[in-house]
Design a protein around this ligand. Structure first.
Ligand SMILES: C[S@@+](CC[C@H](N)C(=O)[O-])C[C@H]1O[C@@H](n2cnc3c(N)ncnc32)[C@H](O)[C@@H]1O
Length: 260
């Protein structure tokens, strides 16, 4: 057996993908992501994320899967000392260019959220991860990193497409691929006309119980949950559709390691 597979299988037995290099899918679509998906922060999900992060002045914060740095910049302009990490070197280049153009003192690093050696233990007051976890292939390794780098009592705030999102008309995909159903977890690529990003980079579907149990078992119990409703434009375009679970935003607290 080739060593990388031997390592990966050992990792899977431990509940993670240790030994498998993460794939930087956003390198290919960095320009699309920045120009088409935008750098805005005035949508209800980002507002909920920032709200759950609370008062950040003077806090040491890590923006995990920071992309081109839109949340990192907002946190820094609110007075936090921010480090941003992303697997995509192309997006980190864009984040650094924005920092060059308008200095907020943010440090950006290209790296894997599951790399347990990137930061010292307890070096952050808070970790935020905006729409990152469904792009991250190794959830367990990432949560180990998050818990280790947080000081006790620190927080982890994350947002994601709601794992129970059933899609919106035939043009916007559900959290899971059509025909396989909610209970089939795994990475997949959307075919839906308006799922522009997910057609290109795919997504990991996990059940809501998988996320909640993984957080709790990594000593990150949940403190607060917000479910922002679908964008009002969707509802206006399709008034006949019932609003459905669309986004999930969670705040977890760093409990003593090994307490779960
Ligand atoms: C939907 S984007 C969100 C980016 C940014 N947080 C934002 O709100 O614009 C998901 C990001 O996760 C990053 N990502 C995926 N796997 C990762 C990993 N293992 N470690 C760090 N970042 C990762 C991607 O490169 C991408 O930038």
């Amino acid at each position: 057996m080739r060593p990388v597979w031997r390592q990966a299988i050992a990792g899977l037995r431990r509940g993670s993908l240790v030994g498998m290099a993460a794939t930087a899918r956003y390198d290919e679509v960095a320009d699309f992501y920045v120009t088409e998906m935008g750098a805005g922060i005035d949508d209800p999900v980002t507002a909920a994320l920032l709200d759950l992060a609370g008062e950040v002045t003077g806090r040491r914060l890590l923006d995990l899967a920071c992309g081109q740095g839109r949340v990192a910049r907002e946190l820094a302009s609110r007075g936090a000392s921010v480090t941003g990490v992303d697997l995509s070197a192309a997006l980190i280049d864009q984040a650094r260019a924005a920092e060059e153009a308008h200095r907020l003192g943010i440090e950006y690093l290209a790296g894997d959220a599951g790399d347990n050696d990137m930061f010292d233990t307890g070096s952050f007051d808070g970790v935020v991860c905006h729409f990152g976890v469904s792009d991250i292939d190794d959830l367990a390794a990432t949560l180990r990193t998050v818990r280790r780098v947080l000081r006790p009592g620190g927080y982890f705030v994350l947002s994601l497409l709601h794992p129970c999102f059933p899609g919106w008309t035939e043009n916007v995909s559900a959290s899971w691929p059509r025909g396989s159903g909610y209970f089939a977890e795994g990475w997949w690529r959307s075919q839906a006309a308006r799922s522009l990003l997910r057609r290109q980079v795919g997504s990991n579907h996990r059940m809501i119980s998988t996320y909640l149990n993984a957080l709790v078992s990594h000593d990150l119990p949940i403190e607060s949950v917000v479910e922002p409703p679908p964008p009002s434009a969707w509802l206006a375009e399709n008034p006949e559709m019932d609003p459905v679970p669309t986004f999930l935003v969670l705040r977890c607290v760093a409990a003593p390691i090994g307490s779960a």
